[in-house]
Design a protein around this ligand. Structure first.
Ligand SMILES: *Cc1c(COP(=O)(O)O)cnc(C)c1O
Length: 403
C-alpha cells in the first residue's frame, strides 16, 4: 500500500488560531475559483432531475432547497463563527432577538422556567416576560454576580439559564464556569449572550456554557451596517434551533451574512483596538475631577477585575461613568460632544454616547433604576476606533465645564 502524499493545501482547522479561523474558516471555494467569499442571492435551488429533487426533499441527499432552510453564504458565516466560538454548529437568524426567540422556541415548552440575570438587554426582558410568558414559560431574575441567588432560583422546572456578561452599562460579570456547574447539576442549559466581548475576548463554550447567542449587529459586523443574530453550540440543540428557523422563518439574508463574514475577518484586530481605546479612556475618566465613578472591568478598582482578567481575554469597550450633578450634568456632557454619536447603539467603529436612565433603561421605575445601579448621573460610552486623543477631547469639553 502506498501512502498518499501529504496535501500541502489541507486545512488543519483544529490547529488554527482565532485570527486565522476568522479569515479562512467556512469558505468552500466554488468551481469559479473565487478568492473572496461569494454572495448567493437566490431564494431557491434547482435539481438535475426529478429523482434528485425527491431525494433532497426527503433528506436522503444533503443539499440546498430553499434559502429559508439553507443558503451557501449564510453557511459560510455560520461555519466561521462556529469555529471562532469553538462550537459544533451555528445557526444564523435575522437578528439578535430572533436568535433568542428561536432558541427559546426550540428548547422550551409551556411550564418550563428560565432563570436570567436582571441586567439584560431591554428587549430580551420583554421577549421573556411578554411573549414567552404568553406561552406559559416564566422567567425569574437574579443579580448577575450572585451565584447563591442563581442557585436559590432553580426549581425542577428550570430548563434554561440566561446571562449577559459583562453587563451593560455597569460591566458586572458572572463566573461562567461556576454558573454552568449550577445549570448542569439541575439538568438545565446555560446560554450566554456574548455580544459585548465576542469570541475574540471570551469563549463561553470553553468555560462550560451550552449555548452562545449573539447580536451580530454589534461587534461581529463592527461597522453598524446590518442586523443579524447567530446561535452556537452542540449539534443536538442546534438541530432544534435550525428546525425553528427553517419552519418559522427568521432566516438571515445572504447579503447580511456576507457582511458579517467579512466583518469577522477583522474581529480580533478590531476588538484589540477597541479594548486599548476603552482602557485609556477609563483610566483618564477615573482621574477626572468631575467623574465620581467609572464602571469598567479593566480597572483595578472594579470589584470583579480579577475574575475578568481570568475569564476574558480582554475587557471590552462598553463603559459607564457617573458625573457629579445628576441628570443635568450628564446631559450637559453628552450635549457638549461634537464627535461622539448620541445613540443607544454599540459595537461600532464609531464611538457612541447615551444616558441610560432616560433612554435604554427609561422603562424602569425609579426604584428599579436604583436597584439596578442606573444613576441619573450615569453616562454610557461604547468606545470606537477614532483616535483616543479626539475621543478624550470631545468628552473633556463637557467634563471640564463641570469640574
Ligand atoms: C442588541 C442586542 C441584542 C439584540 O440584538 P438585535 O440584533 O438588535 O436584535 C441582544 N442582546 C444584546 C446584549 C444586545 O446588545
Amino acid at each position: 500500500m502506498t501512502e498518499a502524499p501529504m496535501d500541502p493545501h489541507a486545512s488543519p482547522e483544529e490547529e488554527w488560531a482565532l485570527a486565522t479561523l476568522a479569515i479562512r474558516a467556512g469558505h468552500e471555494r466554488t468551481h469559479e475559483q473565487e478568492h473572496a467569499e461569494p454572495i448567493f442571492p437566490t431564494s431557491s435551488f434547482v435539481y438535475e432531475s426529478a429523482a434528485e429533487a425527491a431525494a433532497k426533499f426527503a433528506g436522503d441527499v444533503p443539499g440546498n432547497i430553499y434559502s429559508r432552510f439553507t443558503n451557501p453564504t449564510v453557511r459560510t458565516f455560520e461555519q466561521r463563527l462556529a469555529a471562532l466560538e469553538g462550537g459544533e454548529r451555528c445557526v444564523a437568524t435575522s437578528s439578535g432577538m430572533a436568535a433568542i426567540l428561536s432558541t427559546a422556541l426550540a428548547l422550551l415548552s409551556a411550564g418550563d422556567e428560565i432563570v436570567a440575570s436582571r441586567s439584560l438587554f431591554g428587549s430580551t426582558v420583554s421577549l421573556f416576560d411578554k411573549y414567552l410568558g404568553k406561552l406559559g414559560i416564566t422567567t425569574r431574575y437574579v443579580e448577575l454576580a450572585d451565584l447563591a441567588a442563581w442557585e436559590a432560583a432553580m426549581t425542577p422546572a428550570t430548563k434554561l439559564l440566561f446571562a449577559e456578561t459583562p453587563s451593560n452599562p455597569l460591566s458586572e460579570l458572572v463566573d461562567i464556569a461556576a454558573l454552568a456547574e449550577i445549570a448542569h447539576r439541575h439538568d438545565a442549559l446555560l446560554a450566554i449572550d456574548n455580544c459585548f466581548l465576542t469570541p475574540a475576548l471570551q469563549r463561553p463554550l470553553d468555560l462550560g456554557a451550552d449555548l452562545v447567542i449573539h447580536s451580530a449587529t454589534k461587534y461581529l459586523d463592527g461597522q453598524g451596517r446590518a442586523i443579524g443574530g447567530p446561535v452556537v453550540g452542540r449539534e443536538a440543540e442546534l438541530e432544534e434551533v435550525f428546525g425553528v428557523v427553517r419552519t418559522c422563518g427568521p432566516c438571515l439574508s445572504p447579503f447580511n451574512a456576507w457582511i458579517f463574514t467579512k466583518g469577522l475577518e477583522t474581529l480580533a484586530l478590531r476588538m484589540k483596538a477597541h479594548c486599548e481605546n476603552a482602557q485609556a479612556l477609563a483610566e483618564w475618566l477615573e482621574a477626572h475631577p468631575a467623574v465620581a465613578r467609572v464602571h469598567y472591568s479593566g480597572l483595578a478598582s472594579h470589584p470583579q477585575h480579577a475574575l475578568a482578567a481570568r475569564q476574558q481575554q480582554g475587557f471590552g469597550a462598553v463603559l459607564g461613568f457617573e458625573v457629579r450633578g445628576g441628570r443635568e450634568a450628564a446631559w450637559s456632557v453628552i450635549d457638549a460632544t461634537r464627535l461622539l454619536s448620541i445613540t443607544g447603539n454599540l459595537g461600532d467603529v464609531k464611538t457612541t454616547i447615551t444616558h441610560p436612565a432616560t433612554t435604554t433603561h427609561a422603562r424602569l421605575s425609579p426604584e428599579q433604576k436604583a436597584a439596578a445601579g442606573i444613576a441619573e448621573g450615569l453616562i454610557r460610552v461604547a468606545v470606537g476606533l477614532e483616535a483616543i486623543d479626539d475621543i478624550r477631547a470631545d468628552l473633556a469639553r463637557g467634563l471640564d465645564a463641570l469640574a
